[in-house]
Design a protein around this ligand. Structure first.
Ligand SMILES: [Zn+2]
Length: 374
């Protein structure tokens, strides 16, 4: 296998592991901030690294349209282009082409669509998606798949999943094997356990460096998502990393780690920060709210991020009300730091076999309201 994965320990079904890539190691369970267009929005790469982030996600769809994958390759690849020397995972473009592209036309071979940037016509096939991710120099490449809609009837979910499995096989053939680089397959099948099983079997039959669970967190609800994980994860090989795509809120991540997921990505901490929302030990709060106007205390006195170490709620509230860019920067830093605090806590708890206690304490704290106003 070209991508290293070591399973360092277990606590119940939860796993503590280490992925070794061409650009460094990733301790798992890991959270990957989303760097859509070659940047984790409102953060410098140095700030991202200071939160404890070891791997970021880049978006094939956005980067192929602007500035273009060939242009990034000419600049030495995405690591050099964005000055992120660490590991990078790129998505395949499948999700965005279905949700964002204009005038898209799906056929058995791929998708043709029009760029929302300049109106030009583009085509994504399993082979072109793999090629773009190679040009970007992604340590972890994702299979190109058709994103199943939600809600969906079982026959439609089945044909969508089977198309994705054909594309996964084509992508595997197109992928260039190199040491420290890997290709992940994506299990589809919506909320139907039999389809998930068929998909997992098809992918493990082809053989991938890691396995992602796609098509969840699309509106099915947390309980249904967890039940799909409960039935799907035992069908994946224990010796390879497992990635739950697009998840999620802190409680979703904790519940999925408990079930055996190793990797996550989500726009939640960065996107919410730009609407003044902070994630904390004691749940979520919005700094735009007038109750913070005269509050000299930090967002969370136990948080070691610069927003909490150096600034008051009153100042952050002022920045947000004044639409100052620094407000979004500091809140993004806090949210990503808090997400990485959760991952550090989960990894430590799995190592010491105390995950049950850690989750009980996490849930008790999340259940408390924000600190009362002064
Ligand atoms: Zn903080």
């Amino acid at each position: 296998m070209s991508l290293g994965f070591e399973l360092l320990g277990n606590d119940g079904l939860a796993r503590r592991g280490r992925i070794t890539t061409a650009h460094g190691t990733v301790e798992t369970p890991a959270f990957m901030p989303v760097g859509t267009a070659g940047t984790v929005k409102a953060m410098t790469p140095q700030a991202v690294a200071e939160t404890g982030t070891e791997i970021v996600l880049g978006n094939t769809f956005h980067l192929m349209l602007r500035p273009g994958a060939e242009r990034v390759a000419k600049q030495g690849g995405l690591h050099k282009f964005m000055n992120w020397p660490g590991p990078i995972l790129t998505d395949s473009g499948g999700f965005q082409v279905m949700s964002l592209a204009e005038l898209r036309k799906l056929d058995a071979d791929g998708v043709t669509f029009r760029s929302s940037v300049d109106g030009t016509t583009h085509r994504l096939t399993p082979e072109r998606s793999i090629e773009i991710q190679l040009l970007l120099d992604a340590d972890i490449t994702m299979s190109f798949d058709e994103c199943t809609t939600w809600p969906v009837e079982e026959p439609a979910a089945a044909s969508s999943m089977r198309l994705s499995m054909k594309w996964a096989e084509r992508g595997r053939s197109a992928f260039l094997e190199r040491k420290g680089y890997g290709l992940f397959g994506i299990v589809q099948g919506s909320v139907f356990p039999a389809l998930r099983e068929e998909s997992a079997k098809a992918l493990t039959g082809i053989g991938f460096d890691g396995y992602a669970i796609g098509g969840l967190a699309v509106g099915e609800g947390k309980e249904l998502m967890f039940s799909i994980l409960d039935t799907t994860l035992p069908q994946l090989p224990a010796g390879r990393p497992r990635y739950l795509m697009g998840v999620g809120r802190p409680a979703d991540i904790v519940g999925a780690v408990k079930r055996g997921i190793d990797m996550f990505d989500c726009v939640m901490p960065t996107r919410a920060a730009r609407t003044a929302q902070a994630f904390t030990r004691r749940g979520e709060l919005n700094l735009r709210n007038a109750r913070h106007r005269d509050d000299p205390r930090p967002i969370d006195e136990h948080c070691a991020c610069p927003a909490c170490r150096n600034h008051s709620r009153a100042y952050l509230h002022h920045l947000i009300r004044s639409e100052e860019i620094l407000g979004a920067m500091l809140l993004t830093w806090h949210n990503v730091h808090y997400y990485q605090d959760i991952m550090r806590g989960l990894r430590g708890a799995i190592e010491t076999g105390s995950l049950g206690h850690w989750i009980a304490a996490f849930e008790a704290e999340q259940g408390r309201e924000d600190i009362p106003p002064l």
